[in-house]
Design a protein around this ligand. Sequence first.
Ligand code: NCD
Length: 306
Amino acid sequence: MRSLIDIVDFTPTELDELIATACDIMENPAAYAERCRGKKLATLFFEPSTRTRLSFEAAMLELGGSVIGFSEANSSSAAKGESIADTAKTISCYADIIAMRHPKEGAPLVAAMNASVPVINAGDGGHCHPTQTLADLLTIYREKGRLSNLTVGFCGDLKFGRTVHSLIGALSRYDDIKVVLISPEELKLPSYVKKEVLQKNDIPYEQTTDLSSVMPKLDILYMTRVQRERFFNEEDYLRLKDSYILEPRKLQNAKSDLCIMHPLPRVNEISVAVDKDPRACYFKQVLNGKYMRMALILKLLEEATV
Ligand code: NCD
């Protein structure tokens, strides 16, 4: 049974196919409006979410399917101590496909090993977030016309920011990618991502604490929220939360075709004054995410029935 737990579960060719499907859905939504008639998506969200859960729901509804699920752990039998494995076996009796978000790294993988329907990782702790990466890839593709030959800056909480880990994993398989890591010392990219992804794929990268010095070379600037919920103490969060605040004046030395991204929600990392800048792409990411989730649901359901 094919699931999507880590973005590298899909080959670059498969990602390109998903992008092509998403673009086709955008152009011909009516052709897809009945494709999942009679199918059910279960959204199992053990952690807060606005975009991911609702875009999965919107995606399934726009494909003609229906949605069941819960949006907090307390309203599920997890509160009674049920294991992920048992929950996955149970939901497999009700739904054709599962999207799961969980605070524990690896929980969606455990679900996939026990479910008899495809499982999509909708974010597992500070580990991965492959469907945000699908949104990000479509955004980069539509804005830049390519997924290769790019200098990509990641700024903010690179330690706990799961969207960063997944996007680096995806981009490291395209040609001529350079990565610039901008974070406070305490929030640097985990060494397992550096070793297993960047170094293994020979991706040139540099680390800095200073955003302004690297701004001129960036094609993409991927801002992130400091992940308060993953900190061990509040003082560290308060000290680090406003390390980087992107304001219009900080973009003065940036490329004219820079693409500014953020998986959202934002707190203070990007001032609202930047929203008017034509280089701001973060709300486009939201819309692109829905189309990529539609393409993903179609692919996994098709593969599950052959
Ligand atoms: C991200 C997440 O949940 O990891 N949000 C999202 O799904 N778009 C980013 C974040 O919470 O900071």
